[in-house]
Design a protein around this ligand. Sequence first.
Ligand SMILES: [Zn+2]
Length: 326
Amino acid sequence: MFSDGYLSIPEFDCICRALFRNDFGKIYGLEEERMKEVFEIFDIDGDAKLSREEFTFCWNNWIKVIVRPVSAFLIIDVQNDFISGSLSISQCSAQQNGHEVIEPINHLLDTVNFDAIFYSLDWHPSDHVSFIDNLSNRTLHDSTSVSSEEAQTYDTVIFEGPNGQPMKQRLWPRHCVQDSWGAELHKDLKVVENSIKIFKGTNPDVDSYSVFWDNKKLTQTTLVSQLEQKNATDIYVCGLAYDVCVGATAVDALSIGYRTILIDDCCRGVDLADIEKTRNTVIKNHGVIINSNQVKAMVEGRDRRAELGYKLALELKQKLNVKKED
Ligand SMILES: [Zn+2]
């Protein structure tokens, strides 16, 4: 390599084969099309070979992250109300048991050395917009198809939003009211030292499924700045409910640019069709879905997924394009 001072596409292909494999040496393989696309991202002057300078950029910003990722573990809303309280997901159409996420999550906390651990809590004021019993206190938008009198729990109505715009809102039973038992993390869930709690849904007028943003993207939680402080590259997402807050958080993590891993067996959800949709959206956006027994090797950089490498290359491409435009 570099015998002539440059790295060719076949040589880059060799590097990718060494890079994307699991801890048993199984090669995942980056499809040829994608491998070439990634090569072109790093081939900044477009001469079909990587100079030392181009390869140095690739090494520092791509290969190093793939081999030594900085991991954040996000445990979403493992709270009493979603497990056995007023919004127990066992009452929802998929009839899943939220308690089942606790054991595999605790096992990960015991055995995997994450660089940062976050617990999110749905944390609503009593007059929160998502509670069906608050419906009569608010104005529905003209475009809503269901009236205040007809609306049932789990229906979606349209409110006049905080910015005057129509705002879609699903109606839930009163849940996770600040400082109530229902809002507490379940007692069986391990809360480790030096972890960080993130409270969401605190604005009475806007709901917040994602741990990053409220549903109208009016305010960010502190998660974004905390992840930046830790230099996190990889976000492991799990908890409740799969097709609501976990899904919204994974999608936001991907759109912000994080390599995102959803831990399937540490999630339980509301609706089977929506859970499947969530999976498809995560995969379409270059996230990865795994089971908890695969986490440790990935966190330690021994199991390196091609999809996540591709995702990171796309992010670097954007950054390089911004630089070119400057
Ligand atoms: Zn809520």
